[in-house]
Design a protein around this ligand. Sequence first.
Ligand code: UDP
Length: 463
Amino acid sequence: MGSEYHHGLHIFLFPFMAHGHVIPTIDMAKLFASRGVKSTIITTPLNVPFISKAIAKSKTPYTDDDIHIQTIKLPLVEAGLPEGCENMDSFTSAHADLVPNFFRATRLLQEQFEEQLLQHYPDCVVADHFFPWVTDSASKFGIPTLVFHGISFFSLCAEKCMELYQPHKNVSSDSEPFVIPEETDITRFFKEVRESEEKCYGVLVNSVYELEKDYADYYRNVLGRKAWHIGPLSLCNKDAEEKTFRGKDATIDGNECLKWLDTKKPNSVVYVCFGSIANFSDSQLKDIATGLEASGHEFIWVVRKSKEDGDEWLPEGFEKRMEGKGVIIRGWAPQVLILEHQAIGAFVTHCGWNSTLEAVAAGVPMITWPIAAEQFYNEKLVSEVLGIGVGVGAKKWSHFVGGEIEWEAVEKAVRKIMEGEEAEEMRNKAKVLSKLVKGAVEEGGSSYTDLDALIQDLSSLRR
Ligand code: UDP
């Protein structure tokens, strides 16, 4: 495809091997390609098929000169991992103890990665924050690194302030709320942060300036980080096919799904999905089912189970009773396609940042059920800052397994987000935010312009 800039920039993209990291990276590669920047995505062989499929299904016919995939081999045996374990989605809760080995395996990629740098000499590396060693590797060759955390400005600020001020050390119990402080003596703060600042050239953020303006300003001006906001990345997917083939193959036909949704009233269906990693116990799944049924609302529910796993996790006769009212997708859903359908009225989410931003882009209010990582921060952003979410009442941070929510709480949250004046208000707010973030990626919008600024910056570094 034609280059708008003809600057000949070439960027390495190196995502952690988990869908929540690889999917936005593919979107980023497409975005760069749309501005004439070549990307090479570095990954392991078993992750190639779904990356190349996502690229092949793009509305724009990208060539290998636009987006190239380069494989490196994950040293599974050395890290004590079974064969085929090349993506975090290989780990069910039964294998959660092997996750540290997975991280160890990625640490062993350094030599191969450096060989690639030497061979291709890209102008810049966009490194996943789970690969902190990449900055050192790239700097050996004089190549700048941009870190991609894949999280919001809000969470980036919260994480940094937690590290600086450790407010959690002053509480008397695990459930006592506390305020994350900020420093008032800006100068001292600035110095402190500068001293601890990492060596990377800057940070790429999948977000929109207007969505979290205060935090974007704080991150840049107070925490002193160089950052570019270029999201929502998911909006680079233009047609139904492109939206369907993001990540794994969906276990439901995209068209079938849309046909079913077409028969439903606007804002009447609840979409339930907890991302690509989270697991639930069978009893928690039963509570989700019971809560959905009791709410009386129609739903699409994505469960990380296959047919072979049996149906023990479902209340008896559930699927029969829910015929026509609810769809269970066992495996992988075409999430963006579903969220954007006008029949979707709410999204029960674990608040992974990709899912959260996809819901914002689609104008869908959320029931927040955070489980791990920075998801509890995202819940705060969605419910308390943006005002488009209702918490289900999740309190306990856990690596992998969400739980401890009774069906009554599920029912209550669904009713609260779907019925009444408050629900209407949240829906309206969500629609306004959707317009705002969509405008950001249009020509002249804030994300569009910041990507321009980044490309210019990298081009001048090159010169
Ligand atoms: N996703 C999807 N279908 C599914 C589950 C997840 O398309 O059935 C996509 C979702 O749209 C998002 C990503 O996978 O882009 C999940 O990322 P997120 O940050 O929300 O959560 P994580 O999986 O990292 O916990």
